[in-house]
Design a binder for this molecule. Structure first.
Ligand code: E4P
Length: 227
């Protein structure tokens, strides 16, 4: 499963990308607004960090702002795509959005269809030629439903029909979400840094390391005493 970072914060991306296991970054208007910075300038900076540290097929998702018409989405999508072949144009899952996705995809511009909350919506995204679809599992959980179950349904349907659209699990809130998505064979998960950091952690690793260290320290102390 590919691992993306879900943030607009360049410092966070720099830190995680240095691990060299980061496959991409997703942004959205809320995440970019939090940075208080210029959108395109931020995108370019993120792009150069990923280019330095990530695998050659990294992607960077940039969301269209004016979603009022097919033309406005296509115009913004084309402008983002010009920045780099690594850009995925993020388009909301609306009727107008999917019409634009069909046309952009025919031009060879890869789209990430965002704000997906049902298997039926994911079906339409695949039929529109989206490169990937982003089901928001955390927000589904927030509404009292089962976000992981949504991923399971989409995965089953895509496998059944052989759709090439990838499943990008978004709105990830916990290591448990990441675990479940990986077990289901989800293609990509986009993860906030706070959750990404937790993936490294297991108390048994810390306890095991502490014991190795203390055993080694006693052993070398004993050796020193014998001399
Ligand atoms: C990423 O593509 C999505 O925009 C993001 O994961 C949404 O996360 P949220 O539900 O925590 O805002």
């Amino acid at each position: 499963m590919k691992l993306y970072l879900d943030t607009g914060m360049v410092e966070e991306i720099q830190t995680v990308a240095q691990s060299r296991i980061l496959d991409g970054v997703t942004t959205n208007p809320s995440l970019i607004a939090k940075t208080g910075r210029d959108f395109i300038e931020t995108l370019r900076e993120i792009h150069s960090i990923l280019k330095e540290y990530s695998p050659k097929d990294f992607t960077l998702s940039a969301e269209v702002i004016d979603t009022s018409s097919v033309d406005s989405i296509i115009k913004e999508g084309r402008a983002y795509a010009k920045i780099s072949k690594h850009i995925l144009v993020k388009v909301p899952l609306t009727k107008v959005g999917l019409e634009a996705v069909t046309l952009l995809s025919r031009e060879g511009i890869r789209c990430n269809v965002t704000l997906c909350f049902s298997a039926n919506q994911a079906l339409l995204a695949a039929k529109s030629g989206a490169w990937c679809v982003s089901p928001f599992l955390g927000r589904v959980d927030d509404e009292g439903y089962d976000g992981v179950e949504l991923i399971r349904e989409i995965k089953k349907m895509y496998d059944h029909y052989g759709f090439e659209t990838k499943i990008l699990a978004a709105s990830v809130r916990s290591p448990h979400h990441v675990h479940e998505c990986a077990q289901l064979g989800c293609d990509i998960a986009t993860i906030p840094k706070s959750v990404f950091d937790k993936l490294y952690y297991n108390p048994l690793t810390d306890m095991g390391l502490e014991k190795f260290q203390s055993d080694w320290n006693s052993y070398t102390k004993d050796l020193g005493g014998k001399k």
